[in-house]
Design a binder for this molecule. Structure first.
Ligand code: PMP
Length: 287
């Protein structure tokens, strides 16, 4: 199947899509990204991801490359051209192309925009979620602005690779106090030994997950007890349930942490139900 990518104003064949060697994203990781889940060809949690995109760009003083309406058209076109029914759309915006210099180009150059879209096999994803997956823990070694959805992802990539090599799907970063911060590409949750849903507060140095925020509305609607309080690795291992959230994984039960079974080693009832409720809500609200 031919695939297409959007690169700086036009759709090109995926195999031929390229950016300039002096794109500041390529040379300095000077850019940000967003990822939307796609259900039935429509963007899930659309507004939340746009809000975070504008915030990430503003924090780095990168100009908005286009309006939300225009960008929505581009994202939908990427979905359409790649025949994605269920999948993900990826957007990257960098500060642009300029002779290499650490300081920002002056005068500013237009930001560079890339969009790709890919299908995911939702049936296979549901089968995996029904079995539950594993995480491993790694020391928190990222920078102090993890709230910005920066493309500086080397520590995240190394952590994810360590997880893969240890047979796990995700790595959880652990800070110097022994508290879990978040996953390499997801937020971390437990149902603690008292039955409370627990995830780290966003005052900490973590990404404010859009799936996390949407799931909180689901949880409030269900009247389930929830607290935004960090947890240690020991508390997570002793928890009733564990799960991760993200546009890629949605709500995914975790049944093993560093090789230790969580609960009875099977996806728990709370995580399983929240996955179904989140997907239903995301589908209904997708645009
Ligand atoms: N934390 C990190 C470090 C991530 O990369 C992601 C996924 N992009 C998340 C959390 C989850 O965020 P979202 O729910 O917006 O996908």
């Amino acid at each position: 199947m031919s695939r297409f990518a959007y690169v700086n104003g036009r759709f090109v064949r995926h195999g031929q899509a390229a950016v300039h060697i002096e794109d500041r994203g390529y040379q300095l990781a000077d850019g940000v990204y967003e990822v939307w889940a796609v259900f039935d060809g429509k963007l899930a949690d659309a507004a939340g991801h746009f809000t975070r995109l504008w915030r990430s760009l503003d924090e780095l003083q990168i100009a908005h490359p286009m309006s939300q309406a225009a960008l929505t058209v581009v994202l939908r076109e990427a979905v359409r051209r790649n025949k994605v029914r269920d999948g993900l759309v990826y957007l990257q915006v960098t500060r642009g192309v300029a002779p290499r210099d650490h300081a920002f180009p002056n005068p500013a150059v237009p930001p560079a925009v890339v969009v790709t879209a890919k299908s995911v096999d939702r049936a296979a994803a549901e089968a995996k979620a029904a079995r539950g997956l594993s995480v491993v823990t790694v020391p928190e070694n990222r920078w102090g602005r993890c709230d910005i959805k920066s493309i500086g992802l080397l520590p995240n990539a190394l952590a994810k690779q360590a997880a893969r090599q240890r047979g796990a799907v995700e790595a959880w970063f652990v800070d110097e106090l022994g508290l879990v911060t978040e996953g390499a590409s997801s937020n971390a949750w437990i149902v603690d030994s008292e039955g409370r849903l627990r995830t780290r507060d966003t005052q900490a140095n973590i990404l404010r997950g859009i799936t996390r925020t949407s799931l909180m509305e689901v949880i409030a609607g269900e009247g389930l007890p929830i607290t935004e309080q960090p947890f240690t690795v020991e508390e997570a291992k002793a928890a009733r349930e564990a799960f991760i959230t993200g546009a890629g994984t949605l709500v995914l039960p975790i049944v093993s942490i560093d090789g230790v079974a969580v609960g009875d080693g099977k996806p728990g009832p709370v995580a399983t139900r929240l996955r179904a409720l989140y997907i239903q809500r995301a589908k209904e609200a997708a645009i």
